[in-house]
Design a protein around this ligand. Structure first.
Ligand code: LER
Ligand code: MN
Length: 275
């Protein structure tokens, strides 16, 4: 399991993104703090200098595990269930740009907030489900073309209105049917809110879980609060999970301290459960 730091060109102070700044200063800081993986949260992949990013990743020994896409939902209203088909089409084209950025590392494009909500859809839940299913079928085909994967994130009920638990995600993937480049993406903060038994839920998700967001229950670095990382890591070990643990956590008390403490704490927990 590769522990990845989250990073963004800019983000609100309280947002759960660990490092911020231009690639040429942010990526070396991550590497110096001990990271070998990075999850970038990008507003628009078409606006970045991809060759420069790929060069800097290589120079700093970092693998781009994943791209977080939620900022385009907030800033531009992009989503996959919108009542306006033109918005849905624009969102799929937008996510394909992230797939191009992820081609060299065969990483994961996250579909979390950008999945959209009932208020974007303006129709009953079955229509919302079918629109998301149709959008995911298209994204899945594009992911195959670009050699990447889509990670459908299960988020808690305070942040989204559809697909909160691993069981719900698994049932939805069965409903969509035939996806070959789409996985479930889980998040410790949301599991802490929505799952009844986190270890058992992860074990039932064997074979489907492809990406993991990690933070303590208070969204600080692992070890700051009371989330049971040992239980989660043991369950991930049992299902043979070999993807990333991406630190979607606050930069508190500062990026470097939080990053280094996360690596130390998760490293010790992984060793304790025999990973
Ligand atoms: C997105 O990855 C997520 O987990 C939400 O909580 C948005 O912050
Ligand atoms: Mn998350």
């Amino acid at each position: 399991m590769l522990i990845a730091a989250t990073g963004a060109l800019c983000a609100e102070h309280g947002a759960p993104i660990l490092y911020r700044g231009p690639f040429e200063t942010m990526l070396p800081r991550m590497a110096q703090d001990g990271f070998r993986g990075v999850e970038l949260h990008l507003l628009d992949s078409a606006e970045i200098d991809r060759p420069a990013l790929w060069r800097l990743l290589g120079e700093n020994g970092l693998r781009l595990t994943s791209i977080g896409t939620g900022s385009a939902y907030g800033a531009r209203g992009y989503n996959l269930v919108d009542r306006d088909e033109a918005v849905r089409r624009r969102t799929i084209r937008h996510l394909e740009e992230h797939m191009v950025t992820l081609e060299p590392s065969h990483g994961i494009v996250i579909v979390g907030l950008i999945a959209g909500r009932a208020r974007d859809c303006g129709a009953p839940p079955d229509v919302q489900a079918e629109r998301l299913a149709q959008s995911l079928r298209e994204l899945d085909a594009l992911a195959g073309k670009h050699g990447v994967r889509v990670g459908l994130e299960m988020m808690n009920a305070y942040e989204c209105d559809f697909l909160h638990t691993i069981d719900e995600g698994a049932a939805f993937l069965r409903y969509v049917g035939g996806l070959t480049h789409t996985c479930l993406h889980i998040d410790t903060v949301s599991m802490n809110i929505g799952e009844t038994d986190i270890g058992a839920a992860i074990r039932r998700g064997a074979g489907l879980i492809g990406h993991v967001h990690v933070a303590d229950n208070d969204r600080w670095y692992p070890g700051h609060g009371h989330y049971d990382f040992r239980e989660t890591l043991a369950a991930l070990r049992d299902i043979g999970y070999n993807g990333a643990l991406a630190l979607e956590e606050k930069m508190l008390p500062d990026s470097g301290t939080a990053g280094r403490r996360s690596l130390r704490y998760l490293g010790a927990m992984m060793e304790a459960v025999g990973i």
